[in-house]
Design a protein around this ligand. Structure first.
Ligand code: GLN
Length: 281
């Protein structure tokens, strides 16, 4: 039987060799996932041994992580805005960058009573569910073209006890009604750039959630063009954007009748969110 300390060293080494950036942290998180042992108890007793069954289970996960399967697809979970989200290979893993979009949307929502909010391309549901939990809304709807993604979103709404309607829709094809806010983190990576991404993203996250077609702007164009028909006068459209898309997405919003268009940067100083207010009649 190996001790925790020996197992960790073995796993870290294998992950480092496989090119995993945060190999020590990942080795630890997987060990915690399998054994349930907290960091504190580990630090108290590094020579604790684990059962053979747990060792086997752990080394199997480490092997899969060495194949560059994302950590979160192995543990089945990613935290976002302080809430736990279930994830699998059918949804984009919630990114910390996206919290900027939720926080900005939340600031606006505070000023609207019983706001009706639509999340276009909801994926795991992390945006609409955390918005609902943190800031509340009169109506919260998440739409996605992928049935598999919607299953994940439904599971996450239940897990977090959030009242969110989840609908299958190819962009706006099945959306009905009027909203005070539409938020979206659509696929926005240029097709040619996908090949340059880390293997975790390129090979294991859904291409459907990443690929913004040739110029990366396909969904911004599509959504901006149609969103006005589903927004109340003075309603807001908020997008997460790529670091180099601020100028072009702002231009699109202006073109389709939005005012007060602004771009918000993320913590590293890159453009991350673009907002506009739909024309007041
Ligand atoms: N931010 C994600 C990434 O860089 C992409 C998200 C998206 O296309 N919506 O992997």
């Amino acid at each position: 039987m190996k001790t925790l300390c020996e197992l960790l060293a073995l796993a870290s080494g294998q992950l480092e060799n496989a090119g995993v950036t945060e190999y020590e942290l990942d080795a630890w998180i997987l060990l915690e996932h399998v054994t349930g042992i907290s960091r504190a108890s580990y630090l108290c007793d590094r020579d604790m041994s684990v059962s053979e069954q747990q060792e086997e289970q752990y080394m199997e996960l480490v092997r899969r992580r060495a194949e560059r399967i994302p950590l979160q697809q192995l543990t089945g979970e990613q935290e976002f805005m302080g809430f736990p989200f279930y994830v699998n290979e059918h949804v984009l893993i919630p990114r910390q960058d996206t919290e900027i979009l939720v926080e900005e949307a939340g600031r606006i929502l505070k000023g609207i009573d019983h706001a009706r909010v639509l999340d276009m391309c909801t994926g795991s549901g992390c945006i609409i569910i955390s918005l609902m939990k943190h800031y509340g809304a009169g109506l919260a709807v998440g739409a996605d073209i992928s049935e598999e993604a919607l299953k994940v979103a439904v599971r996450n709404a239940e897990k977090n006890e959030a009242e969110v309607s989840l609908i299958k829709s190819d962009v706006f094809s099945n959306v009905r009604g009027t909203f005070d806010m539409i938020v979206s983190n659509p696929p926005y990576i240029r097709t040619a750039v996908i090949a340059e991404l880390e293997p975790e993203v390129r090979e294991h996250e859904p291409r459907l959630a990443l690929d913004g077609r040739e110029d990366g702007l396909y969904f911004y164009r599509h959504i901006t063009e149609q969103a006005g028909s589903f927004l109340a006068a003075g309603g807001y459209l908020l997008f997460e954007i790529g670091y180099d898309q601020g100028v072009e997405v702002s231009r699109l919003l202006h073109q389709y009748g939005y005012s007060g268009v602004r771009v918000i940067k993320d913590l590293t100083g890159n453009d991350r969110v673009c907002i506009g207010k739909y024309m007041e009649e």
